[in-house]
Design a protein around this ligand. Structure first.
Ligand code: HSE
Length: 438
């Protein structure tokens, strides 16, 4: 067997401890598959004294994690510190400057600085791998880079945030409200350090920006991802969706389109959707993640599994280490940075589809007529409409009107809502959620 692959681990939280446990537990199997031993030689974290339930005595402790990659006895740095900037980014830069490889689970850093870091890695002929950054234990990046490599990917979408999926599916099962269930997701450890990243769709947007780049061969463009989270979804939406045969899921959706000038544009959006009960994503419950990729030869692929947690995330980190041990350096985004396309963002108004629109309105004569007149004037055709008792808890003066539109342009819905802006009949801004069919 060849020389061991020598690892330095930065960050010893849940995932860091999971990586140590996995490498120790499956050491023989990993060495046989990788063709060499994967050996942790050094570790670093903010707090040396903390009990992490793993024995660190066999590893060198390094106080300044940023210089881990500069050690002579280290081949690969595993960054599990988190945060788009700060020590994680400094560590990544110094690691590539030292000509070493980096494996990370840090989606925020890859979404914001992935291109710069990939260019550095390519320049250093080092590996930069981040399977664990997207959908935890699911090999979605490998699936796209390797299994589906021969296909033009037409669309990639999925459930990319376990916290939101847990909240939505628990609201669905129990009829409980959003705020109540959020606390539970945090207690179970799914949520980010800042849970607004989860519930406002930012975490899913980080992951989607990375997936899009690999799927479409375009430069990572996190700023172009439109992100809306799940804060405004209420139990009544879930009940209305169920009555129509749909489940509400926070979906990250990306596809390319060609505009009227023949230019390729990239659509990227994270938004709650109504997913038809016969679509596989409708049945992805709890903190599970799922990624769908549609290729021009392979058709629809579905990857599903745990999107967070120490075991699944460690599994993805160590799979990247095994690749590196085997000599797979490859381009981090599948295509070298210099050859990635720069696709401008697509105009969302060009998109067509069905949508669910929920209004919270005053309960008095003429309100429904006002809403349907705006729909008529904007050219939105209504497929079904339900008016239900009271809407949000504690709002006895309003009623909920939920409608599903026929297939049509999103721009028409925006226009209808613009016509209704400032209307005294509306108790709050309407909520629009696109539908995904079977
Ligand atoms: N906070 C993330 C989620 C975990 O809820 O999916 C890993 O990215």
């Amino acid at each position: 067997m060849s020389e061991p692959l020598r690892i330095a681990l930065a960050g010893l939280g849940t995932v860091g401890a999971g990586v140590i446990r996995l490498i120790e537990t499956n050491a023989d199997l990993i060495a046989r598959r990788a063709g060499r031993e994967i050996r942790i030689v050094a570790v670093s974290a903010r707090n040396r004294g903390k009990d992490r339930g793993v024995d660190l005595s066999g590893y060198a402790w390094v106080d300044d994690m940023v210089i881990l990659g500069e050690r002579e006895d280290v081949d690969v740095v595993v960054e599990l510190v988190g945060g788009s900037d700060g020590p994680a980014l400094s560590l990544a830069r110094t690691t590539f400057d030292a000509g070493k490889s980096l494996v990370t689970a840090n989606k925020a850093m890859v979404a914001h600085h992935g291109l710069e870091l990939a260019a550095k890695a390519e320049g250093a002929k080092a590996a930069f791998k981040f399977e664990a950054a997207v959908a935890g234990g699911i090999p979605a990046i490998k699936g796209l880079k390797e299994g589906a490599a021969a296909n033009a990917i037409e669309r990639v979408y999925g459930i990319l945030n376990g916290t939101c999926n847990y909240i939505l599916s628990t609201m669905e099962d129990t009829g409980r409200d959003f705020a109540d269930v959020l606390g539970e997701a945090q207690a179970k450890g799914y949520a980010e350090a800042d849970p607004t990243f989860d519930i406002d769709g930012i975490d899913a947007a980080h992951k989607l920006a990375i997936l899009s780049s690999i799927a479409f061969g375009t430069a990572v463009d996190f700023k172009a991802v439109g992100a809306t989270g799940v804060r405004r979804v209420i139990s009544a939406d879930i009940a209305q969706a169920a009555a129509l045969g749909y489940y509400i899921r926070l979906i990250g959706m990306a596809e390319t389109e060609v505009d009227e000038k023949g230019e390729r544009r990239l659509f990227q959006r994270v938004h709650p959707h109504l997913v038809h009960r016969d679509h596989p994503l409708a049945h992805v419950d709890g903190a599970t993640n799922a990624v769908v990729a549609e290729g021009n030869f392979v058709g629809r692929l579905l990857f599903q599994g745990a999107g967070a947690g120490d075991g699944p995330t460690a599994s993805a980190v160590v799979a990247d280490l095994i690749d590196i041990a085997r000599g797979d350096i490859g381009a981090p985004f599948s295509i070298p940075v210099a050859d990635l396309d720069t696709a401008p963002p697509a105009e969302t108004g060009h998109r067509t589809g069905k949508a669910y629109i929920r209004f919270e309105v005053a309960d008095r004569p003429g309100v429904l007529a006002e809403i349907t007149a705006a729909m008529r004037d904007a050219g939105v055709s209504i497929e079904s409409l339900i008016q239900k008792g009271h809407g949000e808890p504690g709002r006895d003066d309003t009623v909920l009107v939920a409608m599903v539109t026929h297939e049509g342009p999103e721009s028409a819905i925006s226009e209808a809502l613009r016509l209704l802006e400032g209307s005294e009949s509306l108790a709050e801004r309407p909520l629009v959620m696109p539908l995904i069919g079977e």
